[in-house]
Design a protein around this ligand. Structure first.
Ligand SMILES: [Zn+2]
Length: 129
């Protein structure tokens, strides 16, 4: 376990915010080889720094979620335990936030583009009306 802890912190470049995994990735998530096993870095980080992932008797297994919506992050402060259902809610929530940001950006861009299309004299005269 100490070896793994060292390996986890060794791979990290910035301790202040998200701990972005700099090693291998699979589907956007950090992975590392441990003997014949392939471990998922953020799950391992949770297990080491937050005291393990409890077992569930039903099929609704615990997942380690990212409070920061950054799959590469292994900062234990950003990791939350939840169910697959919580994880799905996170995905939808983050998608909605991203869509809103994109929509706002698009609106701003179109206003800017419309303004810049017109010659300056026309822009001035429109203001007089
Ligand atoms: Zn993070």
């Amino acid at each position: 376990m100490d070896y793994l802890k060292e390996k986890l912190t060794y791979e990290v470049c910035d301790y202040s915010k998200c701990w972005n995994w700099t090693g291998a990735l699979r589907a956007g998530y950090g992975i590392l080889n441990h003997g014949p096993e392939i471990l998922v870095a953020h799950r391992l980080s949770y297990e080491i720094f937050c005291g393990g992932i409890p077992e569930r008797k039903d099929d609704n297994k615990y997942v380690v979620r990212h409070g920061c919506d950054n799959p590469k992050c292994i900062n234990p402060d950003h990791l939350l335990l939840g169910t697959q259902k919580d994880n799905m809610h996170d995905l939808v929530r983050y998608k909605i936030i991203r869509l809103q940001v994109l929509e706002d950006l698009e609106k701003e861009m179109s206003v800017f583009i419309e303004k810049s299309k017109k010659p300056k004299s026309q822009r001035d005269s429109e203001q007089d009306k």
